[in-house]
Design a protein around this ligand. Structure first.
Ligand SMILES: NC(=O)C1=CN([C@@H]2O[C@H](COP(=O)(O)OP(=O)(O)OC[C@H]3O[C@@H](n4cnc5c(N)ncnc54)[C@H](O)[C@@H]3O)[C@@H](O)[C@H]2O)C=CC1
Ligand SMILES: O=C(O)[C@@H]1CCC=N1
Length: 271
C-alpha cells in the first residue's frame, strides 16, 4: 500500500498522537485520512485543532477507526490492557497495529490483542511534530516485511528511524524517547546562565536553543566524534576550559548517563 493512501487511526489523541499525526500530515498523508478516538473532549478537540479540520474524532471506536489501515495505540501504558480489552473485538485482522507505549513488550501487547494481530512496536519522540523525530522500531511476531516497511516509511516522514531488536527498545526510550525532556531542561538551564550574566531571557533562550541545534547538526553533518568537536572549541587557557571544568565538577556527564539509565530501567518496569 502506498503510504499516502494509508488511513490512520489513533487510539488516544494526546501529546504523542498529536505529534505523530501532525508530522504525518505535513507532507505525506492527507488529513482526511486521519481519525482519532479519545474519551476526553479536550484532548480530541486539541488533536483536531493541531492536525486539521478534516480529521474525524470520536469518543469511542467507530466506523472511521474500523476502516483505518493502521491503528496507532497511543494511550498510557497503564491503561493499555483495559483499552485493548474493549477495543479488541472491533479490530479486524486486516489492520496493522502500532504501539507507541513505553515499556509494554510485544509479547504482552500480543496477549491483549485478538489472536492473529499484526503488531509493530515503536518508540517515537515528540519532535516528530516538526519532522525532527527519532524513532526505534521492532516488529511483532506476525508483522510482515511490508508492514515494517510501511511503518518505517511513515515514521521516516517525521524523523530518523532505527530498526532495533526489541530488547533495545527500553534503551531507545531512555535515550531518545525521554531525551527531548532532558534537552529542554538543558536549554532552560543554559538560558538561566545567560540571564545570570546579564542577557534578556528571550534572547538567552534563542541563543541556547540555536547553540544546541548548531552543535547537534555539526555532529550529524561532519560525522566527527563529539569529543573532537569539543576540543576545537576549547582554547588552551581560554574561556571554554574554565566552563568545562565547572561541568565536570557538577557531574554533568555522570548525571546524563544516569538519566538515560534511569529512564531505561523505568521502561523495563512498565511491562
Ligand atoms: N509524550 C512523549 O514524549 C512520548 C510518549 N510515548 C507514549 O505515548 C503514549 C501516550 O503518551 P502521551 O501522548 O504523552 O499521553 P497523553 O496523556 O498526552 O495522551 C494519552 C491520551 O489517551 C487518552 N485516553 C485515555 N483513556 C482512553 C481510552 N479508553 N481510549 C482512548 N483514549 C484514551 C487520554 O484522554 C489522553 O488524551 C504513552 O504510552 C507513552 O508511553 C512514547 C514516546 C514519547
Ligand atoms: O515519560 C514517559 O513515560 C514517556 C515515554 C517516553 C517519553 N515519555
Amino acid at each position: 500500500m502506498k503510504p499516502h493512501h494509508v488511513r490512520i487511526g489513533f487510539v488516544g489523541t494526546g501529546r504523542m498522537a498529536t505529534a505523530l499525526a501532525r508530522g504525518f500530515t505535513r507532507e505525506l498523508v492527507p488529513t482526511a485520512q486521519i481519525c482519532g478516538v479519545d474519551p476526553s473532549e479536550v484532548s480530541k478537540q486539541a488533536f483536531r485543532t493541531a492536525v486539521g479540520k478534516d480529521v474525524v474524532v470520536s469518543a469511542a471506536a467507530d466506523e472511521h477507526l474500523k476502516n483505518s489501515d493502521v491503528v496507532f495505540l497511543a494511550v498510557k501504558p497503564q491503561m493499555m490492557q483495559s483499552v485493548l480489552e474493549e477495543l479488541g473485538p472491533q479490530l479486524t485482522p486486516d489492520q496493522l497495529i502500532v504501539s507507541v507505549a513505553a515499556g509494554l513488550t510485544i509479547s504482552r501487547l500480543e496477549s491483549w490483542l485478538p489472536a492473529g494481530s499484526r503488531l509493530i512496536r515503536v518508540m517515537p519522540n515528540t519532535p516528530c511534530l516538526i519532522g525532527k523525530g527519532a524513532c526505534g522500531v521492532s516488529r511483532g511476531t506476525l508483522a510482515s516485511d511490508a508492514d515494517e516497511q510501511l511503518v518505517s516509511t511513515l515514521l521516516s516522514s517525521v524523523g530518523v528511524v532505527e530498526i532495533v531488536a526489541e530488547h533495545l527498545l527500553d534503551a531507545v526510550t531512555g535515550l531518545s524517547g525521554s531525551g527531548p525532556a532532558y534537552v529542554f531542561q538543558i536549554i532552560e538551564a543554559l538560558s538561566d546562565g545567560g540571564v545570570k550574566v546579564g542577557l534578556p531571557r528571550d534572547m538567552a533562550i534563542r541563543l541556547a536553543a540555536q547553540t544546541l541545534v548548531g552543535a547537534a547538526e555539526m555532529v550529524l553533518q561532519t560525522g566527527e566524534h563529539p569529543a573532537a568537536l569539543k576540543d576545537a572549541v576549547t582554547s588552551p587557557g581560554g574561556t571554554t576550559i574554565a566552563a568545562l571544568h565547572e561541568m565536570e565538577r557538577g557531574g554533568v556527564r555522570a548525571a546524563l548517563i544516569s538519566a538515560v539509565e534511569a529512564s531505561t530501567q523505568r521502561s523495563g518496569e512498565l511491562s
